[in-house]
Ligand binder design. Sequence first.
Ligand SMILES: [Zn+2]
Ligand SMILES: [Zn+2]
Length: 316
Amino acid sequence: MSHSTSGAAAPALEPAAKAAPPVVSPDVVAPAKVFGVQELAADSEPWKWSWFRWSKNEAPVFFWVMIIHALAVVGLVLYPLPGWGMVAAAYGLFWLGGLGTTVAYHRALAHRSVRLHPIVEMPLIFFAQFNGSGTPATWSANHRLHHAKSDTPGDISSPRLGGFWWSHLRWLWQTPQTPVAKWAPDLYQGRYLIFTRSQIPLLAVSLVFGAIWGWAGFFWLGAIRLTFALHAQCVTNSIAHMKKGAKMGEDSSVNCWWLAPVQALQGENWHGNHHAKPASARLGLTWWQIDLGWWFIVACEKIGLATNVRRPKFAD
Ligand SMILES: [Zn+2]
Ligand SMILES: [Zn+2]
């Protein structure tokens, strides 16, 4: 696999002791594991792994993603038409979770572009976590690192490194968790710790609570909703980062208008705007770039539940 272990033999003009030691890539040194845990060396390239390997401590993420997909497929086969009420309930939870992720996790916590009153912030975090977005600390640590190292080898999810599926899903379990102590210490304390402790029980409830309404409820309010929510978020890392012709280290983010309905018009699809102005709480920058997350923030600001709202210079 390595292309650096077998250079042409140097002419015997110098003593052999001076020859450079062979450079062996970590992929060659590591046991040839296909399925299981792999500790990531600093210079490793996990985007070259098979899908079925995970970084140390990330196995639960791998199994979670596989389980919700398997159950979603079974549910769609058995209950393809669960009725409008069920679909609306699943979509409503997805919508609240998406709002929680974009407004609370992304704009308020990761970027500090708005300060939300806890009576708004805490329910939004709850719905984001119920939607499978992780904890405020882990989400924000990953995201801050993504901005700090965008489209370089230090980026956690760049399609420049591993292509579409790497940036869309595989990084979730093949990149080690970004150290929270370094990247999000402000979210690993106080009231935010509630959500570090609640993550596992809340996800378990999220997956199965729909069974109260029978098997159709189990699948649609659980795995089908969670799988759709996962992909609706992951398109920001994959599709909205696939600018044609972008080179390594060059910003690959784009605004992607057709992702607007997929992301419930909540604004994350204007990702090119966001990388250009990451401090702005507003992502959609023109009247036609609908950004319901921004509208929600403005509404909260008007009634005193959002302060310190950071606006892009040329817009209100
Ligand atoms: Zn990005
Ligand atoms: Zn961001």
